[in-house]
Design a protein around this ligand. Structure first.
Ligand SMILES: NC(=O)c1ccc[n+]([C@@H]2O[C@H](COP(=O)([O-])OP(=O)(O)OC[C@H]3O[C@@H](n4cnc5c(N)ncnc54)[C@H](O)[C@@H]3O)[C@@H](O)[C@H]2O)c1
Length: 341
């Protein structure tokens, strides 16, 4: 099934950030080809994307480490650019299974870049993470700050960034935007797609929504003795739809530039755990019982972006506030108490 229209190849498109980005790509008029092995997602997410967008998503189901599968995907349409989401992302699991993380996240990227080379694709948008900074030397975080990830997951993101930087240095026609996400939360306002964690959520927000819906008794807040305004950890939460729109602007940027550039995608504002709980309670009128427990090892006190480069290069800024993130995330949780299953 080869369409003549140029398309964007999206790896990991059935996942949380990927599915929201597919919606915005389709809305912006792009054709897409999605490659996903559903190791942490469901094909139902892609059906929902099609419902929201009113357009079809071309699918090539399988693993990005499979060379012949990738060649099939690149042959499905003339591919003009790649957005690479596919990765394993659980920090704790990465400490226990580093080999699997390097294999999937670094090995996967290497296979994908070989396929890009075979297909002559030069534009590449990569899902990096604020975890590459490790313990912030200074806040807000700017892209030129030292990179020192604290765990194997973050290390795989850094290795990929180094690889992409070297590749750009070797090929003047390459254009790579490495988007360092801060903390995406919330869901599409339709309530049809959202974050669907398997097992116990690793992140704060799905934990809050699961407590609010009665799936879990109370939220564990890891530490109230951090050097922050209320003693709980501060993060830069960004609405997943704003994040998705950032990818559309990054694609356009890659079309008019060359070289490697890392870009923070955050709001530039920090919100503490207790502030997020309060915002959620106000936005949804649901109580979120919580208990303070000890700090988790490897956590940091505070982390938020300087989002100035994204504004300058991409003309992008986040516009949705924490209340909107909570209201939209809650709509998804309420409408889909068991996620996609
Ligand atoms: N969600 C966050 O908080 C966050 C923050 C910073 C960076 N990121 C990065 O953004 C990207 C997307 O994150 P997400 O939250 O949507 O995660 P997700 O787990 O929901 O989505 C990842 C998708 O990739 C797929 N996948 C994984 N390995 C694959 C492989 N080898 N072949 C094919 N498909 C594969 C999974 O099935 C899933 O659909 C990841 O690279 C992640 O590391 C996420």
């Amino acid at each position: 099934m080869n369409s003549r229209l140029p398309a964007i190849l999206v790896t990991g498109g059935a996942g949380y950030v990927g599915s929201h980005t597919l919606v915005e790509l389709l809305a912006a008029g792009y054709d897409v080809v999605c490659v996903d092995n559903f190791s942490n997602s469901s094909p139902e997410a892609l059906r929902r994307v099609e419902r929201i967008a009113g357009r079809a998503v071309r699918r090539v189901d399988g693993d990005i480490r499979d060379r012949s599968l990738l060649d099939l995907a690149f042959a499905a349409a003339p591919i003009e650019a790649v957005i690479h989401f596919a990765a394993l992302k659980a920090v704790g699991e990465s400490v226990l299974r580093p080999l699997d993380y390097y294999d999937n996240n670094v090995g996967g990227t290497i296979c994908l870049l070989h396929a890009c080379r075979r297909a002559g694709v030069k534009r590449f948008v990569f899902s990096s993470s604020a975890t590459v900074y490790g313990i912030p030397q200074k806040l807000p975080l700017t892209e030129d700050m030292p990179l020192a990830p604290l765990n194997p997951y973050g290390a795989t993101k850094l290795v990929n960034e180094l690889l992409l930087r070297d590749l750009c240095a070797s090929d003047p026609a390459m254009s790579v935007a490495s988007l360092r996400y801060f903390n995406p939360i919330g869901a599409h306002p339709s309530g049809l797609i959202g974050e669907d964690p398997r097992d116990i959520p690793n992140n704060l927000f799905p934990f809050i929504t699961q407590v609010a819906i009665g799936k879990r008794e109370r939220l564990s807040v890891f530490g109230s003795d951090w050097p922050t305004r209320d003693g709980t950890g501060v993060r830069d939460y960004i609405h997943v739809v704003d994040l998705a729109l950032g990818h559309v602007t990054a694609l356009r940027y890659c079309a008019r530039s060359t070289g490697f550039v890392p870009i923070n995608l955050g709001t530039g504002r920090g919100t503490s755990v207790l502030e997020l709980v309060k915002a959620f309670e106000e936005a949804t009128a649901r109580p979120v019982p919580y208990q303070i427990v000890g700090r988790r090892s490897g956590d940091i006190a505070e982390c938020y972006a300087d989002a100035g480069l994204a504004l300058r290069l991409l003309q992008w800024r986040a516009t949705r506030d924490v209340k909107e993130m909570c209201a939209d995330g809650w709509r998804w949780q309420q409408g889909n108490p068991s996620g996609y299953s």
